[in-house]
Design a protein around this ligand. Structure first.
Ligand code: FE2
Length: 489
């Protein structure tokens, strides 16, 4: 691999091992027989294979790559991105020249010029690059293809990647059931509310994600911090280390953390995800980090927070019998408890979308539990925005999408969906949608007016109420709601 090609891969965001890498800096690197932990970037041979798949089975290819990013995968778009990627791989020098001329210089100037107004928290070690287009469907198409293409080839080849999943009873004696306690190990019920930080689609390494992690660490005394999944591009070891581990390393010393896994962790077959989960057990005082698998139930005498895995066996589904049985048991235990527990469900994927009547397969998979009113509050990610939804007869739970901690969001998409919702086109009407800009225009005139905001949710569980507070990456509290407990009983 020549120097220009290495530079090209680096410039499109590949941070895994290449011939320029000192292997000692790479933990858990895969072996030749099992390279998947560091899913390699797509090369020219792989690109040709993708094209051959398209010629043979265009529909299958477009459907498989439909999960690439937020842009619909049409024949035209596929043709366009393949052409761009081919140019980058065959003429990396030209690609780099063009990229430097167009974006890098401008980005450097912009980030050097950027000054955070005093009214917002400022973390000087986090460099803010307002012009970064990383992960954006239009601005980073090549990055997506090169960083995830190898996974799609494996998927098209039908390589069995259903192995390696950690079931609660097969690999451990544990039932993945944990008692809810504060960071000192004092069980909930001792008077103080339990404070839980919830964030999703966070693993980008972009400055707004790093700000969010820093807020969770420094601005709140959190008992739990739970990520609902997605480390980009492909949940590979190098990405996990840089975009998930490093930003939350201090948080993990004092707060119980649980990481869920989304479709992007599945790109590397959960291997880096599990490896880092194991490493996480050594963080903080002994017993602080309890997580053993990609699903869990954290329970007190009043509440249970249940995280489920909706990615490993099929993206956006929950059909696997062992997992359904496990969930059913937890939900029945919650209902049979005296008094009944308030159940808060967390899933990487969405049961429905803002401004759409469509019931997603996940909602149908959990239909029995939903119809029996066994879910009181349901948080999800994967779709990139923040909103709170009302209960309806078809969706008898408070819903909240919080997939806005990392992946870039085009504001026009959110405004369009919200407009449909206002015209009664949603399955569950939204009671609040975050339509604010990433850069408030009164403080940052004309700075990226195309981008919607990023943030997270703080959930406080009190004996008599649940409080949800939605903050943005600048630590502004955008919404606060208070649900008395009898709302759920
Ligand atoms: Fe995502």
């Amino acid at each position: 691999m020549n120097e220009a090609l290495i530079k090209m891969y680096r410039s499109v965001g590949y941070i895994g091992p290449l011939p320029d890498t000192d292997p000692r800096t790479m933990p858990f690197t895969g072996t030749a027989s099992d390279p998947i932990e560091e899913l390699p970037p797509l090369d020219l041979k792989g690109l040709n294979e993708l094209e051959q798949w398209y010629e043979k089975e265009p529909d299958k290819l477009l459907k498989t790559m439909g999960h690439l990013n937020d842009h619909p995968m049409t024949s035209e778009y596929f043709g366009e991105i393949i052409e761009l990627t081919r140019n980058a791989l065959t003429h990396p020098d030209d690609f780099l020249k063009l990229r430097t001329a167009h974006s890098t210089t401008r980005m450097m100037v912009e980030s050097n010029r950027f000054v955070m107004p005093d009214k917002y928290p400022n973390y000087p070690d986090i460099r803010i690059n307002p012009q970064s287009k990383k992960y954006e469907p239009g601005g980073d198409a090549i990055g997506w293809v090169l960083n995830t293409g190898s996974y799609f080839l494996l998927e098209l080849l039908g390589i069995d990647k259903k192995k390696g999943f950690r079931f609660h009873d097969k690999n451990t004696d544990s039932n993945f059931l944990y008692s809810m306690k504060d960071s000192q190990g004092v069980p909930f019920g001792s008077g103080r509310p339990v404070r839980v930080g919830l964030f999703a689609d966070f693993g980008t390494g972009e400055y707004h994600s790093l700000y969010i992690a820093r807020h969770l660490e420094r601005q709140f005394e959190l008992d739990y911090a739970i990520h609902l999944g997605d480390v980009y591009y492909a949940g590979r070891t190098s990405e996990f280390r840089k975009y998930m581990w490093e930003p939350t390393e201090n948080l993990m010393q004092k707060t119980r953390t649980f990481w869920m896994a989304g479709n992007h962790e599945k790109f590397a077959n959960y291997k880096p995800y599990y490896n880092f989960m194991d490493k996480k057990k050594g963080m903080g005082p002994s017993g602080l980090q309890e997580q053993e698998g990609s699903y869990f139930c954290i329970r007190s005498d009043q509440f249970q927070i249940i995280g489920i895995d909706t990615a490993f066996f099929k993206n956006g589904r929950y059909k696997r019998k062992e997992l359904l049985d496990w969930l059913k048991e937890r939900l029945h235990e919650g209902k049979d408890h005296s008094p009944s527990l308030v159940t808060i469900l967390l899933s990487p994927n969405e049961p429905y979308n803002l401004g759409s009547k469509k019931q997603h397969s996940l909602l149908k998979d959990l239909g029995e539990f939903v119809n029996d009113n066994m879910i009181d509050l349901w948080f999800w990610g994967n779709t990139h925005y923040s909103a709170l939804f009302q209960k309806t007869s078809k969706t008898p739970f408070i819903g909240s999408c919080i997939g806005h901690a990392g992946h870039p969001i085009k504001q026009k998409n959110i405004l369009n969906a919200f407009d449909k919702d206002k015209h009664g086109k949603g399955l569950a009407p939204a009671s609040w949608v975050d339509t604010s800009l990433k850069f408030p225009q009164e403080d940052f005139p004309n700075l990226r007016p195309d981008l919607n905001n990023h943030g997270f949710c703080i959930m406080e569980l009190h004996p008599d109420k649940i409080i949800l507070e939605y903050y943005d990456w600048l630590m502004r509290k955008l919404n606060s709601v208070n649900f008395p407990i009898d709302h759920f009983t």
